[in-house]
Design a protein around this ligand. Sequence first.
Ligand code: SAH
Ligand code: SF4
Ligand code: F3S
Length: 469
Amino acid sequence: MNEHVSLPAADDAATRSNSRKVFIKTYGCQMNVYDSTRMGDALASDGYVTTEDMGEADLILLNTCHIREKAADKVYSALGRLRDMKKARQAQGKELMIGVAGCVAQAEGEEILRRSPAVDVVIGPQTYHRLPDALKQARSGTRVVDTEYAVEDKFEHLPATSKAQIRSRGVTAFLTVQEGCDKFCTFCVVPYTRGSEVSRPVSQIIDEAKRLVDAGVREVTLLGQNVNAWAGEGPDGRNWSLGDLLYKLADIPGLARLRYTTSHPRDMDDKLIEAHRDLRALMPYLHLPVQAGSDRILKAMNRRHTGAEYLRLIERIRAARPDIAMSGDFIVGFPGETDQDFEDTLKIVEEVNYASAFSFKYSTRPGTPGADLTDQVPEEVKTERLERLQALLLKQQADFATSCVGKTIDLLLEKPGRMPGQVIGRSPWLQSVNVDAKTSQIGEIIRVRIIGTGPNSLFAEPAESLMGS
Ligand code: SAH
Ligand code: SF4
Ligand code: F3S
C-alpha cells in the first residue's frame, strides 16, 4: 500500500528514438500498479514508450489513490509541481501533457480540471482503454474527463501486453481478476471509485496467465479489491469460485507460484481453503484484513462478521495449511472507538499473531457513511493508538522473521541485490531474502537456508542441493 512505483521502460530500442514518451507515477494499491502496466500497453499501441525519467516525458500520467485524505492530497501537490514544469516546457515551445487516472480521477472528475488548469485528461479506472482517444481530443484543444463506467469490457479492448514489456517487468506479475466492491464498509471509498463487483471470465484470465508465463513470469498474484469474491463459469459449466480458478491456474506448466490479494473474510469459502491445503503452487501467505477487534466497531464498519468468526476462520485456514503466514489491515480511531474497543483490536492481534500487517488512522472520506458519524476520535488519541498497535505488529513481524532463521526454503530469485554477487528473492511468505547468486539465475527457484534477519529482509545462503527451476 502507498508505495510509489514507476514502471521500468520496456527495452524496445526500435521504437524508442522518435516516439512519444510517457512517465507513469503510481500511487495506492497493487490494482493501480496493474492498471499502470495496462495503461502503458494502451499507450504503446498509440506509439508511446514508457520512460523512468520524468524529465524526458511528453506525457506524465498520475495513477492516483483516494483511500485516505493524505493519499488524495498528494495528487494535488504533485499537480502543483507539474504545472510549473509544463510552463517551463511550453516556454521552450515543447509539449507536455498531463493526465490524472485512478481513483481520485473517478471520485473528483471535473473538479480536477477546475483546480488544476495544467491537467489535459482525467480518466477513470474503468475507461483507461480509451486513453489514446482522450489524448487525441485533448491535443486538439478540448480537455477531457472520461469517468463514465464503460459499457464495453475494458479488458476486451486493451491490447495484450507485449512479450518484451512483460520481460522488462520481471519474473513476478500481477493479474487483475476481479474489480470493484459491493461490501460498502462504512469507512471506505472503493465501492464508489471502483464500482460494483465484476469478475473477469475464466478464459480471459487463463490466456493472460499463459502469456505471462510464456514471457518468463514464474509467480502470478491475482488481484481484486475483493479477490475472493471472484466468480465465473468454468469450462465444465459449473459456477466457479476463486478456489476453482486457482486449481486451474496451478496446472499451467511453468507457473511455479500463485498468490492472491485482497480477500474479505466473508468470501473465504471451503474450496479456497482446500486450495491452500492441496496446491503446492499456492503460496502459504494470506492477506485477510479484519480492521478492528471489537464487535461493536466491526458492526459500525459494516464488516458483517464478528471477531470470533474471524478467529474461527483463521483456525480452519491454519488447519488446512499449518505454515500459512497471516497478514492484515487495521484502522484505529473509527468514530466511536473507545479505549475498550481498541483493547479488543490489540487482543485479536495477539490471538492471530501476524507475520505482517498494515495499519492506519481512520481518515474521514467524503461521501462514505462514516463521514456522517459525529463521535470522531481526536487526532492525538488516534496517534497514540496507532503507535501502540504498530509496536505490537512490528514485534510480531520481527518474531516471525526470527523464527525463519535456520529454515531451508524455496526462494524465487527476482532481481539483482544491492551488492554485486547478490540477488534478492522472495520467500513463500513474501519476505525479501538476500542471497549470493548470479543475476543469470533470476527466475530460478533455489533451495536456501535462512541465516539472519535485517530490518526489512532476510539473509540466506544457498543450501547444498540446488533445485533449479
Ligand atoms: N478491499 C480490501 C481493502 C481495500 S483498502 C479489504 O476489504 O480489506 C485497503 C485498506 O485501507 C483497508 O483494508 C483499510 O484498512 C484501509 N482503509 C480504507 N479506508 C480507510 C479510511 N477511510 N481510513 C483509514 N484507512 C482506510
Ligand atoms: Fe473497502 Fe470494505 Fe470493499 Fe474492502 S470490502 S474495498 S474495505 S468497502
Ligand atoms: Fe487507492 Fe483506489 Fe486502490 S482508492 S487503494 S488506488 S482501489
